[in-house]
Design a protein around this ligand. Structure first.
Ligand SMILES: Cc1cc2nc3c(=O)[nH]c(=O)nc-3n(C[C@H](O)[C@H](O)[C@H](O)COP(=O)(O)OP(=O)(O)OC[C@H]3O[C@@H](n4cnc5c(N)ncnc54)[C@H](O)[C@@H]3O)c2cc1C
Ligand code: FES
Length: 252
């Protein structure tokens, strides 16, 4: 289980050398990397790490999919040069990773019957979230959305947590035909991560919730303002004030 230590405590950034244990394809372009190293500053589901790719100027932000003492799991999609470089990294290689980034989901605000809604590369952080919720006695209903059958990953891993899971694909080749909002039922409270159109669609059909946003990042730890996003409470940094935003503060 992730060593979830409750909310409210100060989280500090830490630069850690991790050793790659495994780096394997889950689908054609989705990879799972497991790493060995100091996970002390990873405290809450929904946080992310920032990975130094040798030869590339900016680090790449990737959500924490799972963690335990000294073990970190990341799931990433190959979309450009940095993530392509990551896909060639081998067990035994060492990488520099900033941990302790992002606010994470506030588990203290979650009611008994939430829906976890994850879409595409928004699915990985929802695994740690489901695991931590089970740990505090909440069984979430999990709705996962993908484009097509060959994109689907981690359905079995969610089911192994003992949570109800439903999958939708846009082309109907697996699970229900449609998008995540077609399978979230009448749940009022959503915990959501995925592409922005998906976040907005979920936002429009629930009464409350927490939503994880992406932004291009410079520093990744709150210093450059490069990731600023307009909210109802002024501009906020996705890397430091987010990536999770409460429903009431989101401005589209
Ligand atoms: C908080 C957060 C969590 C994320 N979690 C995951 C995850 O768990 N799995 C996953 O596959 N992807 C995740 N992403 C997206 C991931 O960071 C980008 O896909 C990745 O940085 C692309 O790098 P690249 O070099 O392959 O692509 P390129 O397009 O070559 O990247 C060029 C630059 O743009 C930035 N960039 C490109 N796409 C994105 C993006 N979508 N969001 C932010 N920066 C981007 C890169 O970091 C790099 O600095 C996350 C992004 C954020 C902000
Ligand atoms: S990326 Fe620098 S403040 Fe967010």
């Amino acid at each position: 289980m992730p060593p979830f230590k409750g909310g409210g405590m100060e989280i500090k950034m830490k630069d850690v050398e991790f050793k790659i244990l495994t780096n394997e394809a889950l689908t054609g372009d989705i990879f799972k990397m497991t790493l060995d190293g100091d996970t002390d500053e990873i405290r809450k589901p929904g946080q992310f790490v920032d990975i130094k790719i040798p030869g590339r100027f900016l680090r790449r932000p990737i959500s924490v999919c799972d963690w335990s003492e000294n073990k970190l799991t990341l799931i990433y999609k190959v979309v450009g040069e940095g993530t392509e470089d990551m896909s060639y990294m081998e067990p035994g290689d060492y990488i520099s990773v900033l941990t302790g980034l992002g606010n994470g989901y506030d588990l203290r605000k979650i009611p008994k019957n939430p829906v976890i809604a994850g879409g595409g590369v928004g699915v990985p952080p929802m695994y740690a979230l489901a695991k931590c919720l089970k740990q505090i006695g909440i069984t979430p209903y999990v709705a996962l959305g993908f484009n097509t059958k060959s994109d689907v990953f981690y359905e079995a891993e969610f089911k192994a947590l003992g949570v109800p899971v439903n999958v939708a694909t846009v082309d109907g080749s697996y699970g229900a035909k449609g998008i995540v909002t077609d399978i979230i039922g009448d749940h009022d409270y959503a915990l959501c991560c995925g592409p922005e159109p998906m976040l907005k669609a979920v936002y429009n059909v629930v009464k409350d919730g927490q939503f994880s946003f992406e932004s291009r990042m410079g520093c990744g730890f709150g210093a450059c303002m490069g990731c600023s996003k307009k909210t109802k409470n002024g501009f906020k940094r996705v890397c430091k004030d987010g990536p999770i935003f409460m429903m009431e503060e989101i401005a589209w």
